[in-house]
Design a protein around this ligand. Structure first.
Ligand SMILES: Nc1ncnc2c1ncn2[C@@H]1O[C@H](COP(=O)(O)OP(=O)(O)OP(=O)(O)O)[C@@H](O)[C@H]1O
Ligand SMILES: [Mg+2]
Length: 261
């Protein structure tokens, strides 16, 4: 099976990107897939959620690999990969990633730096999943340039505003200019509370407005405290609350994603 690279992106904050990267990654690993998660956010939330509580103390992160690509220096692309007990690998990030933005903006082929790093790793994985920061800056654009597909988590707690249009425009621009193979893998409704009228309206709106042009996943991720607690415990919802609704939703998502790939 050829490796599929997926960027989890939405420039709006707090829509469940990091939770989705982690839970989708673990769900795919539970299906027997070899998964590399890439933290592409200087906040290091994905790194922390997987149990590395102090990302700033890590020796090698994604920023080092990007610096090596920019500088044209020798680099082992696997250096610094961390193995998690739930069967996924992680390339971590920390605040150093914020310092790479300026050199990145001045680099040649500045949008292709992450793609250049990831290319040789594809032989060892079925999925490489990038967790993006909530911006449309140069690092998320690098993740889009490296990706076959983008998954857009949308919070059911707010009506999707102009932000979605901005992201979809960026995806179209990346496809035209840098990465013709990029597609919108799907839109994922997250933080869904069935008792809440707004949540039901958001789901209806997303399926109504975007469902014609894009896939909106059947899987809908419910809001549940176990999801937040599992991140604080450094594990996935599968080991924290494997029988819960959130784990079931991400298992379903993995099935939808894997069926395609
Ligand atoms: N299904 C869920 N139920 C309840 N809380 C959740 C759920 N998914 C995520 N959360 C919590 O909501 C917050 C935002 O989630 P997450 O960090 O995944 O979003 P994000 O889009 O990555 O945020 P950012 O834009 O800051 O990177 C976190 O505190 C997380 O623990
Ligand atoms: Mg995040």
């Amino acid at each position: 099976m050829p490796c599929r690279t997926i960027a989890i992106a939405n420039q709006k904050g707090g829509t469940g990107k990091t939770s989705t990267a982690l839970s989708l990654g673990v769900a795919l690993a539970r299906r027997g897939r070899r998964v590399l998660l890439v933290d592409a956010d200087p906040q290091g939330d994905l790194t922390k959620s997987l149990g590395w509580a102090d990302p700033d103390s890590l020796e090698t992160t994604i920023a080092d690999h990007m610096a090596a690509v920019i500088g044209g220096s020798d680099d082992d692309p696997r250096a610094g990969v961390l193995g998690h007990r739930e069967g996924v690998d992680l390339m971590p990030a920390n605040i150093e990633l914020a310092n790479i933005e300026l050199p990145l903006l001045m680099a040649m082929s500045r949008e292709r730096v992450l793609a250049t790093w990831a290319e040789p790793l594809k032989r060892g994985y079925d999925y490489i999943i990038f967790d993006c920061a909530p911006t449309l800056g140069i690092v998320p654009v690098n993740a889009l340039a490296a990706a076959d597909g983008v998954i857009v988590p949308v919070s059911a707690e707010y009506l999707p505003a102009s932000g979605m249009a901005g992201l979809l425009r960026t995806v179209a621009r990346v496809r035209r200019g840098i990465n013709p193979g990029l597609s919108v893998e799907g839109i994922l409704v997250t933080l869904y509370d069935a008792r809440n009228n707004l949540a039901r309206e958001v789901e209806r709106t997303v399926r109504g407005i975007y469902g014609g042009d894009y896939r909106v996943f059947d899987a809908v991720v419910p809001r549940a405290v176990s999801a937040a607690e599992s991140a604080a415990a450094g594990e996935s919802v599968f080991s924290y609350d494997g029988r819960g609704k959130v784990a079931a939703a991400y298992a379903r998502l993995a099935e939808e994603v894997d069926r395609r790939g």
